[in-house]
Unconditional design. Structure first.
Lengths: 111, 116
């Protein structure tokens, strides 16, 4: 499974846009890029998924360059409730869809 | 509209004892996954079920770990002769089916296992 690397921690002020980047140096052709959010004492929650270019949903945008060696999750106007750990596991488009989580990126939103 | 549930939420056991962790997936979800999250670590895949079969057990760390799923629903993860390094949060996830591009996994709240 492809490995992902992320920065460990970042702080942001409430109301700002937050961009979190993940490296996918070994991503496979059939892998999708997914992002999950995890609050303390809870399981991860799916945020968004993409293959390439840009994907947007009601909570976030995902930017994937043409080489797919990285991805950037963009959270517009973060609030305190966005404080969480964010993961970017690749997911194969076939087979068992097991997720290979890295250590994640802790985002702390400051009032 | 219940999500994935897990029990117990917390389990404290003594080294050498056996433990059973339970997962109730979302009704109708055929794919079920177990992951483990140790302190300060990311989530580590353990095992995957499709229906009652486990075609991928490659993440189980040792033969002390086993899992089963019955009726295509409830799954039990069993750890025999627990060791202190087994202490972690064990997370279960389910999805409507595996092998598709857009099947997200829904996670339960986890079981925190502490081995003394």
């Amino acid at each position: 499974l492809a490995k992902t690397t992320q920065p460990i921690s970042m702080d942001s002020y409430e109301g700002q846009e937050v961009n979190i980047t993940c490296s996918h140096n070994n991503i496979a052709t059939n892998d999708y890029i997914t992002w999950y959010q995890q609050f303390p004492s809870q399981g991860p929650r799916f945020i968004i998924q993409g293959y390439k270019t840009k994907v947007t949903n009601e909570v976030a945008s995902l930017f994937i360059p043409a080489d797919r060696k990285s991805s950037t999750l963009s959270l517009p106007r973060v609030s305190l409730s966005d404080t969480a750990v964010y993961y970017c596991p690749p997911k194969t488009a076939y087979g068992n869809n097991r997720l290979a989580f890295g250590k994640g990126n802790q985002v702390v939103v400051i009032p | 509209g219940a999500g994935v549930s897990q029990s117990p939420s917390n389990k404290v056991t003594e080294k050498g004892k056996d433990v059973e962790l339970r997962c109730d997936p979302i009704s109708g979800h055929t794919a079920l996954y177990w992951y483990r999250q140790s302190l300060g670590q990311g989530l580590e895949f353990l095992i995957y079920f499709q229906g009652n079969s486990a075609p991928d057990k490659s993440g189980l760390p040792s033969d002390r770990f086993s899992a089963e799923r019955t009726g295509g629903s409830v799954s039990t993860l069993t750890i025999q002769r627990t060791q202190q390094e087994d202490s972690a949060v064990y997370l279960c996830a389910s999805s409507s089916l595996a092998g598709g591009a857009y099947n997200e996994q829904f996670f339960g709240p986890g079981t925190r296992l502490t081995v003394l």
